[in-house]
Design a protein around this ligand. Structure first.
Ligand code: DX5
Ligand code: ZN
Length: 217
């Protein structure tokens, strides 16, 4: 059975003991560090930006996956690439010129991803899908960890996978929000390549076990 990669969102980690948290996660079996960048404008929450990414980067032994929930994601391309970020996703809802931004992200040496809110249709990707390295399907409304998975998003992942297959693309699908061991297998079967998790992993008390549960769901 195909296994997903797991991107652990540091949003739910204990920021007072960040170095210890990262040290534990480095050996947890996770595949990526998911960095939830929130500006308090596009989403109703403020998280962190360049200073914290700079603190995490030298401690992290896994690639960094930055999810920009900000109205000006282009402003972070240069600094994030310099700090070693590998995956950079922006929200389709925030930019006028997604094609241009994708080219900028790739030129900076990163993988370019487009994130879609739950209510944003897949048809907004029609002309741009071949340019993106990955698509991030939000399965909660962005802004907070710990929300319940929106079940209609399973169908959305299936439809996206169908489009990717029909066009013989190698676009990866990330699914972000409300992922647990209970829905992980359905998401993988629907076509998810990378599962993002915050509260399921951090609420478990045993990061390695929780990640193994997701991978082997
Ligand atoms: C939500 C973030 C998610 C969030 C996931 O806006 O983009 O990455 O941290 O948290 P859980 O896994 O708790 O839904
Ligand atoms: Zn996220």
């Amino acid at each position: 059975m195909n296994k997903p990669q797991i991107a652990v969102s540091v949003l739910s980690s204990d920021f007072g003991h960040l170095a210890q948290e990262i040290a534990s996660l480095n050996i947890s079996g996770a595949d990526l560090y998911h960095l939830d960048i929130m500006d308090g404008h596009f989403v109703p929450n403020l998280s962190f930006g360049n200073p914290l990414v700079k603190a995490i980067a030298p401690l992290a032994m896994l690639p960094l996956d930055a999810h920009l929930m900000v109205t000006n994601p282009g402003a972070y391309v240069e600094s994030f690439s310099q700090m070693g970020v590998k995956y950079f996703s922006f929200h389709q809802e925030t930019v006028y010129h997604p094609h241009r931004l994708i080219q900028e992200i790739k030129a900076a040496g990163m993988k370019a991803g487009i994130a879609l809110n739950p209510a944003t249709p897949l048809s907004t990707l029609d002309e741009i899908l071949p340019d993106a390295d990955f698509i991030l399907i939000m399965s909660v409304n962005p802004g907070f960890s710990g929300q319940a998975f929106i079940s209609n998003m399973l169908r959305k992942v299936e439809h996206l996978k169908e489009s990717i297959t029909a066009q013989t693309l190698s676009t990866l699908i990330h699914v972000d929000g409300g992922v647990t061991a209970d829905n992980a297998r359905a998401l993988i079967d629907a076509g998810a390549d990378i599962l993002v998790s915050a509260s399921y992993v951090f609420g478990s008390g045993d990061y390695a076990r929780a990640i193994s549960n997701l991978k082997n769901a």
